[in-house]
Design a protein around this ligand. Sequence first.
Ligand SMILES: [Zn+2]
Length: 390
Amino acid sequence: MLLGAHEAAAKPAVLDIRVGQHPDKTRLVLELSEAPNYRVFLLPNPFRVVIDLPELDWSVPESKIPEGAGAINALRFGLFAPGTSRVVLDLKQPVLVKSAFVLPPKDGRPHRFVVDIEPVTLAAFNAAPAERLGASSEKPLRTTQTAAAATVQPKPAGDRRPTIVIDAGHGGVDPGATGVSGLLEKDLALEYAKELKSQLEATGRFRVVLTRDRDVFLALRDRIKIAHQANGDLFVSLHANNHKSRKIKGFSVYTLSEKSSDAEARSLAAKENKADIIAGFDLSEQTEVVRDILIDLAQRESKNQGNQFAADVVDEVGQVANLLGNPHRYAGFAVLKSPTIPSVLIEIGYLSNRAEEKRLRDKGYRKKLMSALSRSIGNYFQQNQTFNRY
Ligand SMILES: [Zn+2]
């Protein structure tokens, strides 16, 4: 595949984004360098408008991204899947799609893609005909698979090394937490994931698979799917946290439990589990799968191993970084629900703490922290005889 050449080809650029409130509607306008094909649809619980477009170049500066207005609470955008960019509008109330259309360039203005939404009552939303719940361009938007399906290589025959699956949290249209100075969790998680990968590979002892290697959305369920397709022996999901108290800081590691170890862990899991909702992903099929997996007895063994690994992590990382009080905690994170692969979720620190955010940006700190994590992975596989199953 001439991937490089393909990516070098100019993507349509977003030149401006505006949100405006009118008496009878809320209007979103994207100014674009080309007329796009599009697909618009509504999601309830919570109410969102999801707009899919071809993969776009978002050259709009941060400062020009509008706040919500009218029925719109907040606006997010990013890569949803290779070839598809997505805009998600969080709504204050139910709406219906009034219209969606593209205006050609005129009076020095470029192509404008316009979506009008109309606030309605819940009863009107529930009674609305299908054509009010979405809209699409005459030429359909070329559908693309989510990133998950694309890239996983099964383990090559004869490779006896354990496979470590490193999962950079969030991505694309789901930014995760935002730091005091604007650092995004999705970007930080990816940098740490790449660093950990290169350190593990340098030992020669592990095969390493990343769930994502660029800024793209991945559904929570697809992260687990990748781990299985890759024949993972250990799953490590990397995140960074936020807290309303800016004093809170420190590293922590979480393993799966239906009972959370404390209220903080419970609310963190609730927050992390919302990633799919934030990205405008339809969850209707997913809940069932997760419930089935949860009651699977096979999970008990991998849970014990996950707990053992978490203890190793605390030992090693505690020597190089600040730990949160009770650094090993338990909660019902969706990404940890693999029935057979020992799994942990790591919050490398708090982006809401100014000093910690600054430290987390530091390359030297990143190397030090990921080398401690890499050592704990080495220790874990050395100790754990049950993994000598090759
Ligand atoms: Zn996160």
